[in-house]
Design a binder for this molecule. Structure first.
Ligand SMILES: Cc1cc2nc3c(=O)[nH]c(=O)nc-3n(C[C@H](O)[C@H](O)[C@H](O)COP(=O)(O)OP(=O)(O)OC[C@H]3O[C@@H](n4cnc5c(N)ncnc54)[C@H](O)[C@@H]3O)c2cc1C
Length: 514
C-alpha cells in the first residue's frame, strides 16, 4: 500500500464508550489528572462523570406518571416496549439512537452491523423478527479458519485434516473433538461452570487454545483462561456437531431487528420513546418507583408503578437505590469486555468465500461479510463490499478506546494484519468505520451463569432487571428478548395486583434456554 493511498483512507471513529459510562471507572480519567479530557464523538460524558464521582443528583418532583418505565433502549428495552404495546410505558435511552449492542449503521444505503452478528432459526429474537415482518435468511455455511496463509473451510469437521499445522497438532485437534463429544455439559453444568476452559484445553496442542482465544472473545467476551468450561464445552460441541447450520441473519446483523422495531413503534409511540435521556436514579418509594433522568440538560422525574431496568448490571448497580448488598456486589462482579468494531468499506469485490472467518493470532478475531445472506439474490448488485471485523480487547486494554488516535492506529493495525492473511486481501478500503463500546459484552466467566447472574438479576417488589446479562450462558439477543417477554408478563401481573409475579421472574432466570 502506498503512503498516498493509505493517507487517503478515511477513518471514522464513533460510538459509545459511554454505554457503560455511569459506572465506567476504568474508562474515565483520574479526576486528579492534569491532562485534558479526551474528545470523543457521540458521548455524554458529563452526566457519567458525575454519577461515577458519587454526585447526588437533585430528584425533582415527578411531573409525569406512567405505568411502566423502561430504562435502556437496546434489544431488551425495545422488545419489552413492543410486548407492552398498548400499555402506558415510557422508554428512556441514554444514546441518541436505540439498539444498544444490536445497532446497525449504513454506508450509502448498505447496512452493516456495529456488533451483534447473527441469530438462530427458532430463537426468541428470530421469532420476534418474523412477527414484525423480517425474514432472516440462512447463512448456510460452516465457519472457515484463515491461519498461516491458508484458508480452511469447515474448521471443526471436514476441515480438521486441512488445518495448516503439524501432523501431531492435527491429531490433537481430532482428539479434542472426540473427547469433547463424550462430555455432557448439561448434566455437569455446575461442575464445568466452576472452572476455566483452560482446564480442558491445556491437555492438547496450544493451537487449540489459540483458536478459542479468537472464538471466545468474539462470542462471549472472554479469552480461554477466563472462559467458563461449561460455555467452552457447550459451544465446542455445537460447532463439532454442525449445529451452527441453523444460523440466520440479514445485512446489519441483529441491528436489523432493533432498526425495524424502532421503525414500527416510532410513528405510534414516538412520544414515549426518549433518546438522549440518561437515567441517574431509580428509587422505590411506597407503591411507585421514581425514575429521574437527564434530558436536554434538565433533570426530570417520572413516577412509575413498575420499572424495567434493561441497562447492563454494572449500570443498574449505580442507579438503583435500595439494592440488597449481596445483589449490588453480584451486579458489580459481572464483567464486560471492551469491543472496538471495525467496518471496512471497499469499492470493489474482495471476498465471498465464507460468512464468519476465524483468524487466530491477530488483533482481530474474525470478520464477517455484511451482505452474505443476500449476495446471491437475483438482481442484487452492491456498489460496495463491507467487511465487519470483531476485535474484543482484554479488560486491561480498555483505555485504548478513550483516544481517537489510538482507535485509528488500532484500525490501521487490523487492516495491516488483514492484508497479510491472504494475497487477495492486499486491497485498500475506501473507508474504515470504528464503533467503540467500553463495556460491550458480558463475559462468560466461571460462575457467572450458574451463580452470579442468579443473585444479580433478582427482581425487587416493583423493579425487574432485564438486559441479556440476566440470561446466558453468553450474551445473546435471544436472551434479551426472552427475558423481556418475562419482564412484560411480570409487569402486567404487578400492575393488576395479581399473584405469581415473583414465581414468574424466578422461572425466567432459572429456565435454561438451550
Ligand atoms: C461484538 C458483539 C457481538 C455480538 N454478537 C452477537 C451475535 O452474533 N448474536 C447474538 O445473539 N448476540 C450477539 N451479541 C450480544 C447482543 O448484542 C446482546 O446480547 C444484546 O444486543 C443485548 O441487548 P440488551 O438490550 O440486553 O443490552 P444493551 O444492548 O446493552 O442495551 C442497553 C441499553 O441501555 C442504555 N443505557 C445504559 N445506561 C443507561 C442509562 N443510565 N439511562 C438510559 N439508558 C441507558 C444503553 O445505551 C443501551 O442502549 C454480540 C454483542 C457484541 C458486543
Amino acid at each position: 500500500m502506498s503512503h498516498t493511498r493509505r493517507d487517503f483512507i478515511k477513518y471514522v471513529v464513533s460510538g459509545s464508550i459511554a454505554s457503560g459510562c455511569p459506572v465506567d471507572m476504568a474508562l474515565i480519567a483520574d479526576p486528579e489528572s492534569k491532562s485534558p479530557s479526551p474528545l470523543v464523538e457521540g458521548e455524554h460524558f458529563d452526566i457519567c462523570h458525575q454519577v461515577r464521582d458519587g454526585h447526588t443528583f437533585a430528584k425533582p418532583d415527578a411531573t409525569r406518571k406512567v405505568d411502566v418505565a423502561i430504562i435502556g433502549g437496546g434489544m431488551a428495552g425495545l422488545s419489552a416496549a413492543y410486548f407492552l404495546r398498548g400499555k402506558d410505558w415510557l422508554l428512556l435511552e441514554k444514546e441518541d439512537h436505540f439498539g444498544g449492542n444490536a445497532y446497525q449503521e449504513e454506508y450509502q444505503g448498505q447496512p452493516y452491523s456495529t456488533a451483534a452478528a447473527y441469530d438462530f432459526r427458532g430463537s426468541h429474537s428470530e421469532q420476534l423478527a418474523r412477527e414484525i415482518g423480517l425474514n432472516l435468511l440462512p447463512i448456510d455455511m460452516p465457519d472457515p479458519t484463515i491461519d498461516k496463509g491458508v484458508y480452511t473451510p469447515d474448521t471443526w469437521r471436514t476441515g480438521l485434516s486441512q488445518l495448516p499445522y503439524s501432523k501431531e497438532t492435527i491429531a490433537g485437534f481430532k482428539k479434542f473433538t472426540e473427547d469433547i463429544l463424550k462430555m455432557d455439559p448439561r448434566k455437569n453444568m455446575l461442575e464445568l461452570d466452576s472452572k476455566p476452559f483452560t482446564d480442558i484445553t491445556r491437555a492438547y496442542a496450544p493451537e487449540i487454545a489459540k483458536w478459542w482465544d479468537a472464538y471466545g472473545p468474539s462470542n462471549w467476551g472472554a479469552f480461554t483462561e477466563d472462559t467458563s468450561a461449561f460455555i467452552g464445552v457447550f459451544d465446542a460441541q455445537y460447532l463439532i456437531k454442525g449445529e451452527d447450520s441453523t444460523r440466520v441473519i440479514l445485512p446489519g446483523g441483529l441491528g436489523c431487528i432493533s432498526h425495524k422495531l424502532v421503525e414500527m413503534m416510532k410513528p405510534k409511540y414516538g412520544e414515549r420513546m426518549l433518546g438522549g435521556a440518561t437515567v441517574v436514579s431509580v428509587v422505590p418509594h411506597e407503591d411507585e418507583v421514581r425514575v429521574t433522568y437527564m434530558h436536554e440538560d434538565k433533570l426530570i422525574t417520572v413516577a412509575a408503578k413498575v420499572a424495567l431496568v434493561c441497562s447492563a448490571k454494572h449500570i443498574a448497580s449505580r442507579i438503583v437505590a435500595g439494592l440488597p448488598s449481596d445483589q449490588k456486589q453480584a451486579m458489580r462482579r459481572t464483567r464486560y469486555a471492551p469491543v472496538p468494531m471495525i467496518n471496512m468499506i471497499f469499492d470493489k469485490p474482495i471476498y465471498r468465500k465464507g460468512y464468519d472467518n476465524w483468524c487466530p493470532g491477530n488483533s482481530f478475531t474474525d470478520f464477517i461479510v455484511a451482505d452474505w445472506t443476500i449476495r446471491n439474490q437475483p438482481g442484487y448488485k452492491p456498489k460496495y463490499e463491507i467487511l465487519t471485523f470483531y476485535s474484543t480487547l482484554r479488560e486491561s486494554e480498555r483505555s485504548v478506546l478513550l483516544d481517537e488516535d489510538n482507535c485509528k492506529a488500532f484500525a490501521a493495525k487490523v487492516l495491516k494484519e488483514f492484508q497479510s492473511l491472504l494475497p487477495e486481501f492486499k486491497v485498500d478500503p475506501i473507508e474504515i468505520h470504528l464503533y467503540r463500546r467500553g463495556h460491550a459484552m458480558m463475559m462468560a466467566v466461571p460462575g457467572q451463569f450458574t451463580k452470579n447472574r442468579m443473585i444479580a438479576s433478582r427482581p425487587m417488589d416493583r423493579i425487574f432487571f432485564g438486559n441479556s446479562d440476566s440470561g446466558g450462558p453468553e450474551s445473546l439477543s435471544t436472551e434479551a428478548v426472552r427475558i423481556s417477554h418475562a419482564a412484560a408478563e411480570w409487569a402486567e401481573l404487578v400492575l393488576a395486583g395479581k399473584p405469581g409475579a415473583a414465581d414468574l421472574a424466578h422461572k425466567a432466570l432459572t429456565e435454561v434456554a438451550f
